[in-house]
Design a protein around this ligand. Structure first.
Ligand SMILES: Cc1ncc(COP(=O)(O)O)c(C=O)c1O
Length: 391
């Protein structure tokens, strides 16, 4: 009946959401399913944040707000970035969006023209290549390996730069590998970019969930990096607020922020007014103790899961330094989608195939669930490996 646009026909559904939905459907049909596919903390949003939302609702704060966010919220973001990240942005350099996903959508739409190249270290989070393609750009993947701890090196970066390179996506801590770039590594990458016009899209969604070493914001390592970096962050992962839809981006170029605000004004306008009020509490440091206890819980789960997975014949995993995913090696030449389908079919365990993140021979296991579920899932995984993939 309708003739769909080429643009929309070429856009794929998020593989992680697709698998989580399939797992939920099987569960609702009565199957005994353990899902490790979602990128979502299992904790509840801290009480103080919920209270701020209730107060906003009760006081009638339910109308349109400025598209880019209310001044108090932008001020809270600016203070947070200054205090915690050594990034000095003004209100006009900040745009609040419906989750970091919309921030990224805005950025790619505002920066990328037909044929522009975007450098994406691989394995990558599933959304980047789709958004680049949707904006008319070309994905240029920089393949990493466990030997480089799944990080790109200055040489690898240099090798992939062409006259069409418009931007580099840098995710630290990484989804799906959990690797974190330290200051020296960021400085080394920065020196490769110094004489170029390449923008850095720094996705720092998991900054609060770092277990080893120190988190460093990409834009904070030099003046030059500050000018070229678009910092992306949000509250979904760090404060267990996935459903509230709060993400933001900050950038020294206030003109870019204005252009993205124009785009947002024509599609979604401001984010939910109540979420905005509640988010201020999260950004002001008032729930830092709860954030820290969530981090501690994730750390304990990580340690248990890494040890147990590495004890299974045929599987191995590098301990992630941050985020809440294990990127597990299942072996060369194995089709990760087939592996995940069989695992779901035979043991009722849902993982995400590495192919969704651009890397075969791996699967992603989210440890954002109870220790009890993690242990039960790993037991099933071990049985699956012993029965079907005897090394
Ligand atoms: C690396 C990364 N960036 C951004 C997001 C988007 O988060 P949200 O849209 O919930 O803010 C996610 C969510 O999975 C993510 O893993």
């Amino acid at each position: 009946m309708f003739l769909y646009s080429n643009r929309i026909r070429n856009l794929n559904e998020s593989a992680t959401i697709a698998i989580s939905t399939l797992a939920a459907t099987l569960k609702s049909q009565g199957r005994d399913i353990l899902s490790f596919s979602a990128g979502e903390p299992d904790f509840d949003t801290p009480e103080l944040i919920k209270q701020a939302a209730k107060d906003a609702l009760d006081s009638g704060f339910t109308k349109y707000t400025p598209v880019a966010g209310i001044p108090d919220l932008k001020q809270a973001i600016a203070s947070k970035l200054k205090r915690e990240n050594n990034l000095h942005y003004e209100e006009a350099q900040i745009l609040v969006s419906n989750g970091a996903k919309q921030s990224l959508f805005n950025v790619f739409q505002a920066l990328i023209d037909e044929g522009d190249e975007v450098l994406i270290p691989s394995p990558y989070w599933v959304t980047y290549p789709e958004l680049v393609t949707y904006s008319g750009g070309r994905n240029v993947f920089i393949q990493t390996s466990p030997e480089s701890s799944f990080k790109i090196t200055p040489a690898m970066l240099h090798e992939h730069i062409t006259p069409r390179t418009k931007a580099l996506v840098l995710t630290t801590p990484s989804n799906p590998t959990g690797m974190v770039y330290d200051r020296a590594e960021l400085e080394a990458l920065a020196s490769v970019l110094q004489d170029t016009n390449i923008a850095v899209i720094a996705d720092e969604m998991y900054e609060k969930l770092v277990y080893d070493g120190e988190f460093v914001s990409a834009g904070s390592v030099s003046e030059d990096m500050f000018r070229r970096t678009i910092t992306i962050n949000g509250l979904s992962k760090s404060v267990a607020m996935t459903g509230w839809r709060m993400g933001y981006c900050a950038c020294a170029d206030s003109k870019l922020i204005k252009l993205m605000t124009n785009l947002q004004s024509q599609c979604t306008s401001n984010i939910n007014s109540i979420t905005q009020k509640a988010s201020i509490i999260a950004l002001e440091g008032k729930v830092d103790a709860q954030i820290e206890s969530m981090r501690q819980a994730f750390l304990e789960r990580r340690n248990i899961a890494v040890e147990q997975i590495n004890a299974i014949n045929g599987l191995s995993v590098l301990a992630p330094q941050g985020a809440f995913y294990l990127f597990i090696r299942i072996g060369d030449g194995l089709d990760s989608m087939e592996f995940c389908k069989q695992l779901l079919e035979k043991e009722g365990v849902a993982l995400v195939p590495g192919s969704a993140f651009g890397m075969e021979g791996y699967v992603r296991f989210s440890f954002a669930c109870s220790t009890q579920q993690i242990l039960a899932g790993i037991e099933r995984l071990a049985r699956f490996m012993a029965t079907h993939f005897r090394a």
